[in-house]
Design a protein around this ligand. Sequence first.
Ligand SMILES: *[C@@H]1O[C@H](CO)[C@@H](O)[C@H](O)[C@H]1NC(C)=O
Ligand SMILES: *[C@@H]1O[C@H](CO)[C@@H](O)[C@H](O)[C@H]1NC(C)=O
Ligand SMILES: *[C@@H]1O[C@H](CO)[C@@H](O)[C@H](O)[C@H]1NC(C)=O
Ligand SMILES: *[C@@H]1O[C@H](CO)[C@@H](O)[C@H](O)[C@H]1NC(C)=O
Ligand SMILES: *[C@@H]1O[C@H](CO)[C@@H](O)[C@H](O)[C@H]1NC(C)=O
Ligand SMILES: *[C@@H]1O[C@H](CO)[C@@H](O)[C@H](O)[C@H]1NC(C)=O
Ligand SMILES: *[C@@H]1O[C@H](CO)[C@@H](O)[C@H](O)[C@H]1NC(C)=O
Ligand SMILES: *[C@@H]1O[C@H](CO)[C@@H](O)[C@H](O)[C@H]1NC(C)=O
Ligand SMILES: *[C@@H]1O[C@H](CO)[C@@H](O)[C@H](O)[C@H]1NC(C)=O
Length: 477
Amino acid sequence: MHVPGPWRLLRGLFGLMLLLASTEAISLDISDEQSIKDAASTTAYAMMTYYHGNESGHIPGAFPSKWWEGSALFLALLHYQYYTGDTKYNDELRVGLEWQSGDDGDYMPSNYSSYLGNDDQMFWGLAAMTAAELQFADVSDGFSWLSLAQGVFNTQIKRWDTTACNGGMRWQIFPYQSGYTMKNSISNGGLFQLSARLARYTGDDTYITWAKKIWNWSLSSPLLSNSTWNVADSTNMDDDCATQGNTQWSYNYGTYMMGAAYMYNYVSSDCSGFFVEGLADSQFAGQTNGSSEWLDAVDGLLTKTINKFFPDSNGGIFEEVTCEPSEVCNNNEILFKGLVSSWLSFTALLVPSTFDTIVPKLQTSAQAAAKSCTGHNNNTCGVRWYKSEYDGWIGMEEQISATDIFVANLISFNKSAPVTSTTGGNSTSNPTAGENDTSTSTTSKEVTTGDRAGAGILTVVFVVGWVGLLGWTVLGG
Ligand SMILES: *[C@@H]1O[C@H](CO)[C@@H](O)[C@H](O)[C@H]1NC(C)=O
Ligand SMILES: *[C@@H]1O[C@H](CO)[C@@H](O)[C@H](O)[C@H]1NC(C)=O
Ligand SMILES: *[C@@H]1O[C@H](CO)[C@@H](O)[C@H](O)[C@H]1NC(C)=O
Ligand SMILES: *[C@@H]1O[C@H](CO)[C@@H](O)[C@H](O)[C@H]1NC(C)=O
Ligand SMILES: *[C@@H]1O[C@H](CO)[C@@H](O)[C@H](O)[C@H]1NC(C)=O
Ligand SMILES: *[C@@H]1O[C@H](CO)[C@@H](O)[C@H](O)[C@H]1NC(C)=O
Ligand SMILES: *[C@@H]1O[C@H](CO)[C@@H](O)[C@H](O)[C@H]1NC(C)=O
Ligand SMILES: *[C@@H]1O[C@H](CO)[C@@H](O)[C@H](O)[C@H]1NC(C)=O
Ligand SMILES: *[C@@H]1O[C@H](CO)[C@@H](O)[C@H](O)[C@H]1NC(C)=O
């Protein structure tokens, strides 16, 4: 949603007044674990002031007008409670993450399911996966975290679409949604990431096969390049995916990088297993060759991510470059830096050779973010960290991303990597989870006004991106 001109001006003036008035700052010593935890505690508190799902008359985990954002909030809380040890929001986290899973345990809750996109559902799957990997205990009377991730996987692979472009996930699930005829990076790269994480956690080949299949298809489409490591936003089925909407968003890079990091870690730990069993050197070399392919992918995507989204011209501080300079970031886009900060921290743990590259970027960005959290005399955080001062924006999304960048820095003090079912993860597996869900097998479902009103949670992002590309093509051509 774009803020109209006069409001922007007013907000700008208001922001300036606040700047002059505000003195409160989050003091952050990046070399001190407690200092980082304190900063995260401050921003997490503010983030939770936007959450009412635990209050009477409210629904746990529900953000009716922006359903997917609940998953971003819970992702932030999962990382937060693990790395800080502060469990005070764990009840809200557990109840909300479970409540929104719906009757069939696959994050297609009937209140929202008729207008969800594949990407929206996928993000909740990633949250459940993270819960399993960070040993957040399963609930005793509901779906296990692992089964919820499996439920998302099972329902999504059924939607793999071969009617155009030789495969790929559509962006949207239902024909009446705008974006149904597009295939996009976050839906495909998101399912790739989820598949890679399920593969590593369970050791089940089904997931590794799908991860490779989605990766291969992405390379064959205009979405992902393994020579330039460009990640485009979307491509259109109308011309059989011949062209790309190349708007640059950090989460598109981040999701493919994160998935590749899991593939690398899975394949390479598989190798060391072989090695311990005393296989011949030649066989070992054959195995490691596989992981060097994934290492190349991680390195390629990481380098590109840093060059593009941590520009030297802004002090190497994380910036959502497509929307921040012109101050047009919508709520979705404000969350991308937070998501990617968390993914960078896991990548550093899963692919240790990237650690020394990633950590300084996280540190510089966290220090700038802390300086942006000086609003309203109560540590409200802004959007543009690179300004190193409060920029007048305020919202749950700003607080989530700031929390994520602070928590991401705690990997310098706790290098525990996400677990698997053989390294301490005990979330219950259900390989057929979600199989009972028939909600997407029928496309003639009646859509209510409420559904329409809530539609297009992420529409703005991609439609703007697509129109932008068309404009560029027309001008450029
Ligand atoms: C900070 O102050 C602003 C403006 O009064 C308010 O909207 C916001 O809720 C406050 N945040 C916290 C964490 O109290
Ligand atoms: C809901 O959670 C918030 C944040 O943790 C807490 O401050 C509030 O007391 C909780 N409300 C209820 C009714 O439990
Ligand atoms: C890292 O954090 C986890 C979860 O809080 C904890 O179980 C583990 O002991 C910590 N590891 C180290 C090395 O501090
Ligand atoms: C769906 O809506 C009903 C009625 O408001 C509510 O009781 C229920 O908790 C909601 N379920 C979810 C998953 O949001
Ligand atoms: C699974 O692990 C979690 C975290 O270590 C623990 O709290 C829980 O009790 C374990 N559950 C079972 C059934 O062993
Ligand atoms: C993916 O592509 C690679 C190389 O092109 C090929 O070896 C592999 O069999 C493909 N895997 C799948 C699952 O399609
Ligand atoms: C890059 O992708 C293409 C198309 O899938 C594939 O044929 C090629 O082997 C890949 N190159 C590398 C270095 O992985
Ligand atoms: C590693 O893979 C590449 C590309 O698939 C191949 O050319 C090379 O021979 C392989 N090397 C080994 C040691 O298997
Ligand atoms: C699917 O439905 C059947 C019959 O109602 C039930 O026994 C089974 O547990 C369900 N499976 C899942 C994964 O929910």
